[in-house]
Design a protein around this ligand. Structure first.
Ligand code: SF4
Length: 495
């Protein structure tokens, strides 16, 4: 019995946890479901199929999943034919245990076989038995799968999956495997296809974008890829995440500075400022190298906004180590930071390390770090008051705040801007130029009349309720192996 046999199209809802890579993969899951004849549920609580795309990075990731599955059980009992599927990193880690702990789950699929979901759902329904399928390595590049994008103006484009590093606190390599690089031509084709759809901003995605090309022997491939995006007509903003300080090379800084559509915003995970802790984390760089990169980036792009990730309370971290982290924060002047209290991740080397730091000490350090970061981000934001900025009006952030009459969006450096619209009626996806009038620690306001409003195709698409729906991008050649080399810097020739 297939979907069509039911006459009515079954509905689906995807619930995403974790990182941008999961957001990217969830767009593929939606694309697959729609390709298989499902429609997105207008009311997620009434969906025929609920798909959890899980994260395994945080300690409470498990509790959250099993908590949500527990909540869904009574709904399923009242909704005959309803199916529940669990995918993503936690599924890759827990596998069949998920069905043992929650026997009302119908399908468990991993990070390497997203494409199997529709077939697994059908098989589970036909056999009235749970289907668990986990692969040890990538079946097909998720980017080659159909996709249903969330945004009319911004797109995630993966350039590689997996990671070759072995940071001792991280479970990603165990769950997403070794790094596999997409061919540049395929990446650029996907970016071009998106731009043709009206998308203005693309974020290149990879666990470690700086090692892109290692698989096909071109250490300068990432810098070349950035330059190549510069030639794509209509593409106004290029961002990337996540770089790794150990592989961050000068050619990438030059490509950022010399390619007009590459935004001067850089997310550079620090994790710790202490060389001793960085060694224990197996991060393969030290404080001096990290600050050296920041200095070079600022020399090449004085307006660059730099953000970071910091873990507080890594096993063995002393007060002196923590002071080193604060020292780097003082010198790096981040525009914002993702901060984490270290939490044990079973299966990672750090989880069994001695000298786990007591919670109260971690909390105290965390509070001091937040206070310092806030002081600095606010001071850096205050320097921008009076400056003219270009804002890409964003959904969610883009709604009109009835109380203040402001809309919101992101400046080219990634900062969040709330702006008065005056008599204009910008739509998400449009571009507004305005002058900053007020700075807060985590956002900026522009309360004067906007200087200009550019209506874009992305704004038209938003107004028309259209989001890009792309068939998987593949040049029909074998997916893994040596790609056509990227022409040096002149572009024209892809996390
Ligand atoms: S670079 Fe380190 S932290 Fe990042 S995904 Fe790879 S192993 Fe994890």
């Amino acid at each position: 019995m297939t979907i069509e046999d039911l006459g009515t199209r079954r509905t689906y809802d995807v619930r995403t946890y974790g990182c941008q890579m999961n957001v990217h993969d969830s767009e593929r899951i939606s694309g697959l479901m729609e390709d298989a004849g499902y429609v997105r549920a207008a009311d997620p609580e009434a969906a025929d199929v609920v798909v959890f795309n899980t994260c395994a990075v945080r300690e409470n990731a498990d509790n959250r999943l099993y908590g949500n599955l527990g909540h869904l059980r009574p709904t399923k009992l009242k909704h005959p034919g309803m199916q529940i599927a669990v995918g993503g990193c936690l599924a890759q880690k827990d596998r069949g245990d998920i069905v043992k702990k929650a026997p009302w789950v119908d399908v468990v699929f991993g990070t390497h076989n997203i494409g199997s979901l529709p077939a697994l759902l059908e098989r589970a329904r036909h056999n009235e038995a749970a289907e668990v399928e986990i692969l040890e390595s990538l079946e097909v590049f998720p980017s080659t799968l159909p996709t249903k994008r969330e945004s009319t103006y911004a797109g995630w484009v993966s350039i590689s999956v997996g990671c070759n590093n072995t940071c001792t606190f991280c479970i990603v390599p165990a769950l997403r495997g070794k790094e596999k690089d997409r061919r540049p031509g395929e990446i650029l084709a996907e970016v071009e296809a998106l731009t043709k759809e009206g998308v203005l901003e693309v974020t290149l995605l990879g666990q470690n974008v700086n090692s892109y090309g290692a698989e096909f022997g071109d250490r300068l491939a990432f810098g070349k890829l950035l330059r190549a995006t510069g030639d794509i007509e209509g593409l106004e903003r290029v961002r990337f995440t996540s770089p790794h300080p150990k592989d961050f090379t000068d050619d990438v800084i030059a490509a950022m500075a010399e390619t007009p559509n590459v935004c001067h915003s850089l997310h550079m995970p620090l994790q710790s400022g202490s060389d001793r802790v960085l060694k224990a984390m197996r991060r393969s760089y030290r404080q001096e190298k990290y600050l050296g990169i920041i200095e070079k980036v600022r020399a090449a792009m004085p307006d660059a906004a730099i953000t970071t990730d910091i873990i507080v309370g890594f096993p063995g971290e002393t007060e002196e180590d923590f002071e080193q982290t604060l020292e780097v924060v003082r010198r790096a002047r981040f525009s914002s930071a993702f901060t984490f209290q270290y939490s044990k991740r079973p299966g990672t080397p750090a989880a069994t390390m001695p000298e786990q730091v007591p919670k109260a000490v971690v909390q105290d350090r965390y509070n001091r770090l937040i206070a310092l970061l806030e002081e600095i981000t606010w001071a850096e934001n205050k320097k921008l008051v009076g400056k003219k900025v270009e804002v890409l009006v964003a959904v969610g952030e883009g709604r009109k705040d009835e109380r203040t009459g402001r809309m919101s969006g992101r400046a080219r450096d990634g900062r969040l801007v709330h702006f008065a619209t005056g008599d204009l009626a910008p739509r998400p996806g449009d571009i507004v130029e305005t002058v900053l009038t007020y700075a807060a620690p985590h956002h900026l306001n522009a309360d004067g009349e906007p200087l200009s409003h550019r209506r874009t195709r992305a704004g038209d698409a938003f107004e028309a309720g259209r989001t890009p729906k792309l068939k998987g991008v593949s040049l029909g050649l074998p997916t893994v192996g040596v790609p056509a080399p990227l022409p040096a810097t002149s572009g024209g020739c892809a996390l």
